[in-house]
Design a protein around this ligand. Structure first.
Ligand SMILES: [Zn+2]
Length: 487
């Protein structure tokens, strides 16, 4: 009897040290239909912007409907590594780029115990032992060193301005086929994430401006180090931009604070607040407590993150304003209402591009709205004509994954320009009142959730009737106007 007791005790101790502590999910996290996580991140950025150190505590609530045996995180910094399999860099950049990036995970812990983990490319897999049931949550703590790359792509920068975006291990989505291990793509925004809550602390030398997503909790300086704490609820992502060159301009729209960080001396804070107001009136209340715009050297015109966007500092007045408006609209379409940027990028980009044109009409400039739509149609037509010369059978389907577009030009013409024309047709058919009703319904129905393309089509169909489905599908799968048949 005694020996047996000792044996049971030893086995129990082994199980306790090997098993993860699983607890029931807090609040109604599991009831939202999407898994939720809470991230507590601390990031220390070194002077010169070449390196940063990260600790991340993530509590994951399983609402996938499945028993999970592992958690999968995306390590996007590894797409910036030298020799990365699916590199973030275009071929010409690879030849001239000075510093490459990456994230080196030093440990993964739970309950103070080191856990086994596996890194393959841009994915970190952490086995969960006996599994995590629906409605259960688990907490992991990760430590990492991050190499900040040079260049003008999303992540990284130079010694004056660094964009800390997609910089931390973020949970992949879990879909019908399990964890989504989506390859990185130079074309499109290859991201698909759940909403989560963020509690983030960023520290850097005191001469550096620290702009972040979310609301500011505190900003202090001690022994030459500035520490900024920020929090974001229902954020699909968290971003920060650090710069030695920033001037901060402020404005507000009701309770929403607007911060405009300029490196060019151009103050667009009031313009941004006014545009926020116009689009809030059209779509619904702004989804976050604060909105931050950061100018930066940038390969793209702009890029959206929840509550923070990046705008290319080389853009001129009207062009810069248009990019700001596009990224503002993404706060509702793409950020608050999420979608699969890898397989269904049209879901947020097409509607955002159309609404960017429509913004001019809401501002009272009908001619500018018409010009924007005409421009989109012309640009798509020009692209198609050229494409058809070399590939007569080409079908400009919008409903493709980012991997299925050959060039940025094709992606832009089909998803953005043709997508804008699709909503212009739909508005012509259903009327502006119904269009607004459909957009508002889409936002209120899927706020802080992920919507699929079918969710969007069903929502528009509910408001506009069957014609919405017919019009959208004709554009998604083929070019009806040009007489092509769907592939
Ligand atoms: Zn966009």
């Amino acid at each position: 009897m005694r020996r047996k007791h000792i044996l049971v005790l030893i086995v129990s101790i082994l199980l306790i040290t090997a098993a993860l502590t699983l607890t029931a999910c807090k609040r109604d996290d599991a009831a939202t239909g999407e898994s939720r996580a809470e991230y507590v991140i601390e990031l220390a950025v070194r002077e010169g912007f070449d390196e940063a150190y990260l600790t991340e505590e993530v509590t994951f609530c399983n609402a996938t409907g499945a028993r999970l045996t592992e958690l999968v995180f995306c390590l996007y910094p590894n797409a910036y590594g030298e020799g990365a399999e699916d590199s973030a860099y275009f071929a010409d950049m690879l030849k001239t780029n000075k510093e490459f990036g990456g994230i080196d995970i030093s440990n993964v812990k739970s309950d103070g115990e080191e856990r086994a983990f596996d890194i393959s490319g841009i994915w970190l897999t952490v086995p969960l032992g006996e599994g995590l049931d629906e409605g259960e949550s688990v907490t992991l703590k990760l430590g990492a060193r991050i190499d900040l790359p040079s260049g003008t792509l999303r992540f990284g920068g130079n010694d004056k301005t660094v964009r800390l975006v997609n910089f931390y291990p973020v949970l992949a989505c879990y879909g019908d086929s399990g964890w989504e291990r989506n390859r990185y793509s130079r074309i499109g925004d290859p991201f698909h994430t759940w909403s989560a809550s963020y509690d983030v602390t960023v520290s850097a030398p005191e001469n550096i401006s620290i702009a972040t997503s979310g609301r500011l909790i505190s900003s202090t300086v001690d022994k030459g180090i500035k520490t900024v704490k920020a929090a974001l609820d229902e954020g699909r992502d968290f971003a920060a931009v650090l710069s030695t060159d920033y001037s901060l301009y402020e404005a507000s729209l009701g309770d929403v604070k607007v911060n405009y960080y300029s490196s060019s001396g151009d103050d667009k804070a009031s313009f941004t607040a006014e545009a926020l107001g116009i689009m809030s009136e059209y779509i619904g209340d702004f989804p976050y407590p604060k909105f931050t715009v950061c100018e930066s050297p940038f390969y793209y015109g702009g890029m959206e993150y929840p509550g923070l966007v990046i705008v290319n500092d080389a853009l001129g007045g009207a062009e810069k304003e248009k990019v700001i408006v596009h990224e503002i609209i993404h706060q509702w379409i793409g950020c608050a209402v999420g979608s699969d940027g890898v397989n269904e990028s049209w879901v947020d980009e097409s509607l955002t591009t159309y609404l960017t044109a429509y913004y001019f009409k809401l501002k009272g400039d009908e001619a500018a709205f018409r010009a924007e739509v005409d421009n989109c149609e012309r640009q798509f037509a020009a692209f198609l004509m050229t494409e058809k010369l070399s590939s007569p059978g080409y079908v400009p389907s919008m409903n493709r994954s980012v991997y299925e577009f050959s060039t940025l030009n094709e992606y832009d013409a089909v998803v953005y320009r043709r997508g804008c024309a699709m909503y212009a047709s739909l508005t012509e058919l259903a009327g502006e009142k119904k269009m607004r009703e459909a957009v508002r319904e889409y936002y209120s129905r899927y706020k802080y959730l992920n919507a699929t393309g079918e969710d969007l089509v069903s929502c528009f169909e509910d408001v506009m009737g069957e014609k919405a489905r017919t019009v959208i599908y004709s554009y998604l799968n083929a070019d009806v106007k040009c007489g092509f048949v769907a592939a």
